[in-house]
Design a binder for this molecule. Structure first.
Ligand code: IPE
Ligand code: IPE
Ligand code: MG
Length: 232
């Protein structure tokens, strides 16, 4: 199915709306995040079944550290728990796990878990599931500039292709389709360089409710788009 241009090769998702989903139900914000984390497995499987080669999920931004300590700790705990629960399942489904973002601010144990999950699945040939955790596009771009400077790359040696190779997403094609759940119309510092020509899809549906039916709607909408990349 990879040659089918009506199907995005790479789908990236800003998984937003967990807190409001919980509030509407009289639950705590962390309950919303728990429901959101649970939804990741189903959504990943559904996209893999559709033949999507790359799925990137925005789970925690560089700005999300500014939330109340209790919520931050809850989110770190949920990620840790999800890795324990899901890694073997993803591995069995031939899914390759990748992390983008800064590993160094995460608790050591969580860093180790991320490393072992990515190591375990690195040779898998099915869908690549890329988890953006402590990810921020501006920080990624600044780090790339720093590396280029430290590597003494000559000014003439810097091209768009070379610059891209210094980003966390170096081995991943740019997203064809960017989905944001939760009703906001913004990028919130997600993949700013990489979405230059992505098709954008915004849905009011909260992340915990983003199901197979909603996935089909998004893919159908993408199929109707005419991508021109500046040409006629
Ligand atoms: C998205 O849900 C998850 C993270 C940002 C970690 P939110 O927690 O932002 O949910 P809302 O936007 O408050 O509803
Ligand atoms: C974006 O959601 C980050 C993630 C989904 C991880 P936010 O809820 O943090 O974004 P803003 O604050 O509404 O822009
Ligand atoms: Mg939000």
């Amino acid at each position: 199915m990879s040659g089918d241009s009506s199907l995005p090769r790479h789908v990236a998702i800003i998984m937003d709306g967990n807190g409001r989903w919980a509030k509407q139900r009289g639950l705590s914000r962390i309950d919303g995040h728990r429901a959101g984390a649970k939804n990741v497995r189903k959504v990943a499987r559904a996209f893999a079944d559709h033949g999507i080669k790359y799925l990137t999920l925005f789970a925690f931004s560089t700005e999300n550290w500014g939330r109340p300590q209790e919520e931050v700790t809850g989110l770190l705990h949920l990620l840790s728990h999800s890795i324990d629960e899901e890694t073997q399942r993803f591995h069995q489904a031939n899914i390759k796990l990748v992390h983008i973002g800064k590993p160094d601010r995460l608790p050591l144990e969580l860093r180790r878990k991320i490393k072992s999950a990515t190591e375990l699945t690195k040779d898998n040939t099915g869908m690549t599931l890329c988890l953006a955790f402590d990810y921020g596009s501006r920080s990624e771009i600044v780090d790339a500039v720093r590396c280029i400077k430290e590597g003494n790359v000559s000014p003439e040696g810097i091209s768009e292709t070379i610059f891209s190779s210094y980003l966390d997403t170096a081995d991943i094609p740019d997203p064809d389709l960017l989905i944001r759940t939760g009703g906001e119309f913004r990028l919130s510092n997600f993949l700013l360089w990489q979405v230059a020509y992505s098709e954008l899809y915004f849905t009011p549906v909260s992340w915990p409710d983003f199901n197979e039916k909603e996935i089909e709607k998004a893919l159908l909408d993408y199929e109707q788009r005419q991508r021109r990349f500046g040409n006629l």
